[in-house]
Design a protein. Structure first.
Length: 600
């Protein structure tokens, strides 16, 4: 253990020295890179300022320089003025020298006049700038010529920067910036950072020594931990054994070939076999012959997913079928694939499901009988009712001779009552057709204006009797004809308008028809009637349902239910907006194209 401790100490020390050196190199490189990026951005900004303010003054000299010799350039009378402008521009800055080159590489201007006329065509920095790239370099100068004076022991950052005019490179600007103070501060910061890093590494090294010291103690404790772990495993195995043998579900273990390796007592109880009998059997012997294909499918599922859940029949020792819910999991035990199955007896559940299915079938049969009875009764009532209505209208019209005013009023009451009853019967017949699934749509071109005029005409007498005004409006963008079942579309309009007239004592009933998007159109019926309480709005479309406040109104309670069902069959939907005492708006949205599955 002492040898291990010594090896750990020296290895850690060497590692920390290497890390410290690597960090020093990394920090120095990072700081230098940041400094160069900062200085370069400063020089680029200076070039931009130069281009914006002084380039118009320099441009003529740069253009003329192509035809001038170096000696002529140095004697150019414009240089003193340019030198004065540059000096003023750079006042209070740390710039120590600037140069301007034309695109031929010729030094057109320099704050060190002796360098005017030099050619930099072979200079890598100049070449990069002439191609649109910024080239920079940080160097230490023992001496440096700056604005007709010499400075010593300075860090200088130089940049070659392209000069742009109207998006075109017209020259190259070289600027030398004295970054000595920045380098000094950077070195100081770098020193502080490295001191902090070394201190931190020292602390970490000390911490590791403490950790290493504790390692021996931890190693000594591991034996006890392993022993406790083994004890825990034994306890877990005991718990699993208890769960296995005392579970309320049957549990079996199989090898990959279906041979039973282990079972619990519940399996014996379910199937009626003894443990010895089951341990000598193959799983295939416990299933009827017609289940073998299902077992092959579940085996393939196990191979792919590692787990399978399904229902299957087991054969009991008495020869009965026991439906069961089975969950099988595949895992490896000592290098062999093992299957664990959990079997739940679902005979009671199946009996309950069968009872529910029988009850459902009986309910469906009763519903069909009710629907058929409703259709038959409604159909049988229409014939005598139409006869009563016809004879009453003939009596009222005097076909059989003159009648008194009292008799005329009685005939009118008969006609009104028979009309309500016929409407009730017709609604019940429509409801019966819908419930029986016999209603089919017959789409055809429908002129909306004619249909609205027809519906309003049929209801005008009811509206006039209550002093109500019917309004209708079709949006200009609506096509003059739409493709729909005219009979059932008329039924929707009639039911909506009739409902509004019935529950409106004064005011108006408005019908608006307009497009909704590219493929839908809307029927909107608004009244100023009694409104519908929010608590009743969820039930308003149920068959035979009426507001308690409207029970005195004649009606079947089927009108709005039929509207909703017809709208759904046509591929649309109906919405309700209402406040009690403030009227109601029904909005029916239908597709411009009919729904294929309901088309006869």
């Amino acid at each position: 253990m002492i040898k291990i401790r010594r090896t750990f100490f020296f290895s850690s020390l060497i590692a920390f020295v290497i890390i410290a050196v690597a960090l020093a190199v990394f920090v120095r490189q990072m700081v230098r890179t940041n400094l160069e990026e900062l200085a370069e951005s400063k020089n680029v900004a200076l070039t931009q300022a130069f281009s914006n303010s002084l380039w118009p003054v320099f441009a003529p000299l740069v253009e003329d320089s192509i035809n001038l010799t170096p000696e002529e350039l140095q004697q150019d009378p414009r240089l003193p003025q340019l030198f004065e402008l540059v000096t003023a521009q750079l006042a209070d800055l740390s710039v120590v020298k600037v140069k301007v080159y034309n695109l031929a590489g010729l030094t057109v201007f320099s704050t060190e006049l002796a360098q005017i006329g030099e050619n930099k065509l072979d200079n890598a920095g100049y070449l990069a700038a002439s191609q649109g790239e910024v080239a920079s370099e940080l160097t230490h100068r023992d001496t440096f010529s700056a604005f007709e004076q010499t400075i010593e022991d300075r860090d200088v950052f130089s940049s070659y920067v392209p000069i742009y005019d109207d998006g075109q490179i017209v020259g190259v600007f070289e600027v030398y910036d004295d970054v000595t103070p920045l380098v000094v501060r950077t070195n100081q910061v770098q020193g502080l950072v490295m001191a902090g890093v070394i201190l931190l590494l020292g602390v970490l090294f000390g911490f590791l020594l403490v950790v290493g010291q504790r390692t021996f103690n931890i190693a000594q404790e591991q034996y006890e931990a392993v022993r406790r772990s083994e004890q825990s495993v034994r306890e877990s195995e005991q718990k699993y054994s208890n769960l296995f043998h005392q579970s309320g579900d049957g549990i079996f273990l199989l090898d990959w070939h279906g041979r039973i390796q282990d079972i619990n007592a519940r399996i014996e109880q379910m199937l009626g076999y003894t443990r010895q009998e089951l341990m000598s059997m193959n799983l295939d012997q416990l299933h009827p012959a017609d289940s073998q294909e299902q077992m092959k499918q579940r085996t393939a599922q196990l191979l792919q997913e590692g787990v399978a859940q399904f229902e299957i029949d087991f054969l009991t020792k008495a020869g009965d079928l026991m439906p069961a819910e089975v969950s099988v999991t595949m895992f490896e035990l000592q290098g062999e694939r093992v299957l664990q199955g959990i079997v739940r007896d679902i005979r009671q559940r199946k009996r309950q499901e069968q009872a529910l299915l029988q009850a459902r079938d009986e309910a469906l049969a009763a519903s069909r009988m009710k629907t058929q009875l409703l259709a038959n009764v409604s159909h049988d009532l229409r014939t005598p009712l139409n006869a009563i209505l016809g004879y009453s209208e003939m009596l009222q019209a005097g076909v059989y001779g003159g009648i008194s005013a009292r008799q005329h009023e009685a005939a009118a009451q008969i006609i009104d009552s028979v009309g309500h009853l016929l409407n009730f019967v017709n609604n019940m017949l429509d409801q019966a057709h819908i419930e029986a699934g016999k209603l089919k749509l017959n789409p055809q071109p429908v002129a909306l204006l004619d249909l609205i005029i027809e519906v309003e005409g049929s209801l005008k007498v009811l509206a006039d009797a209550k002093g109500l005004t019917l309004h209708s409006a079709i949006a200009p963008e609506m096509p003059t004809q739409i493709y729909a079942d005219r009979y059932w579309l008329r039924q929707i309009l009639t039911n909506l308008l009739g409902n509004s007239i019935k529950f409106t004592e004064e005011g108006d009933v408005d019908v608006k028809i307009f497009l909704s998007g590219a493929d839908k159109w809307v029927i909107q019926v608004t009244d100023t009637g009694i409104g519908i309480p929010e608590s009743a709005q969820a039930k308003i479309f149920e068959p035979f349902w009426q507001l308690s406040s409207s029970k005195q109104k004649l009606g079947s309670g089927l009108g709005l239910s039929i509207v909703k069902q017809l709208t759904t069959m046509m591929g649309g939907h109906v919405q309700l907006h209402s406040s009690e005492g403030k009227g109601t708006t029904f909005v029916v949205t239908l597709p411009l194209e009919p729904v294929p599955e309901f088309v006869g």
